[in-house]
Design a binder for this molecule. Structure first.
Ligand code: ACO
Length: 323
């Protein structure tokens, strides 16, 4: 049986760090409020010349280096982003060109904060369906460019960055002992589209727009939706929470992460947290967190790793994989 195995990972962050203290001089907020409500202490903000494509390219190059591969070995690039460089063409095609790759194919995928989970699931389906052997899955965002910097209820929450992985087709036994993606569970429900959205777009206003969020409403739904897909992932594989080595959640809010882990009985020592350093980087948050735990040796070959996210739409989903 063909499995989609992670062969390399990489990250890229903008040069500039924006601390909570600096935000105090921009809007009516405080370091204490932000840390207590979200766990965020700082975030990275893209400067001149830094875009979703440039950050995504840098993350992709690092992932290729770690995998011992070059762009010539890749068949497909999927970029999960809600902040593309241009309305079209896809940021994936832009990154393809930056990598000097003129074969294969590339496309963007839009599922807001669930984008990386959707991207992994899509890449896995393409690999198992024989449409690609090696896929670069990139989560890249510059949310700073769609924030209303006068709105304290949203501007303190988000940051910029990118993370990438190389997924490769490898032969498995068809058991849960195999390395690679074991199951992906995806959900969406557009009934919630006005709770977290951008108030502009090419076809509606002709503008880029700004992020708008009913934070309390999002919070209310988050833990239940996340735990549902996690339970579905374990049901689909016959594995249990006790088998899990690492939970790598979307990094939106420390309270949502802790609440979900607690509800599922996952000890906090098994949860990878980077929201304090990066803020919410939407589709980039999972690969940034995943890479930090893999680079420092916490996640080891053979470990059972669970990725989960929930975001605008609402969209939500989980991927269970063996590293
Ligand atoms: N600094 C200081 N005070 C603030 C700030 C701020 N930055 N923002 C809001 N407040 C105030 C509010 O105005 C309110 O004041 P009031 O009581 O006088 O009206 C008070 O703080 C409490 O506001 P709440 O919204 O009830 O605060 P809450 O505890 O719910 O925390 C938060 C807000 C952090 C946004 C929380 O609701 C949350 O994390 N929600 C989920 C958000 C999320 O995860 N979104 C990402 C999903 S991923 C994606 O798809 C992009």
């Amino acid at each position: 049986m063909i499995r989609s195995v992670v062969r390399g990972f990489g990250t890229s962050l903008p040069k500039r760090v924006l601390t909570n203290r600096e935000l105090e001089s921009m809007v009516d907020t405080s370091d204490e409020w932000i840390v207590q409500r979200t766990g965020i202490r700082q975030r990275y903000i893209a400067g001149e010349g830094e875009t979703t494509a440039s950050l995504g390219e840098a993350a992709a190059r690092e992932a290729l280096d770690r995998a011992g591969l070059t762009a010539a070995d890749i068949d497909l690039i999927i970029v999960a982003t809600s902040t593309p460089d241009n309305t079209f063409p896809a940021t994936a095609v832009n990154i393809q060109n930056r990598l000097g790759m003129h074969h294969g194919y590339a496309f963007d995928l839009q599922a807001v904060c669930s984008g990386f989970v959707y991207g992994m699931a899509t890449a896995d389906a393409y690999i198992r369906g024989g449409l690609a052997r090696r896929v670069l899955v990139i989560g890249a965002e510059t949310f700073s460019r769609i924030l209303d910097w006068t709105d304290r209820t949203t501007c303190v929450l988000f940051g910029d960055g990118a993370g990438a992985i190389v997924l490769e087709a490898q032969e498995g036994e068809g058991t849960v002992a195999d390395r690679g993606v074991l199951t992906a569970q995806l959900r969406s429900d557009g009934a919630h589209l006005e709770k977290l959205y951008v108030d502009g777009g090419p076809s509606s206003t002709g503008t880029v727009g700004h992020l708008r969020m009913e934070g309390r409403e999002v919070f209310k739904h988050a833990v239940g939706m996340i735990t549902d897909v996690i339970v579905a992932a374990f049901d689909a594989t016959g594995l249990s929470i006790e088998d899990l080595d690492w939970l790598v959640p979307h990094q939106a809010n420390r309270r949502i992460i802790d609440g979900s882990a607690k509800k599922l009985g996952i000890p906090l020592e098994k949860v990878v947290v980077t929201v304090d350093l990066h803020g919410n980087t939407s589709a980039a948050s999972i690969p940034l967190a995943l890479a930090s735990a893999a680079a420092d040796g916490r996640i080891k070959k053979g470990d059972l790793v669970l990725l989960e996210a929930m975001g605008g739409g609402f969209t939500w989903g989980a991927v269970l994989l063996r590293w």
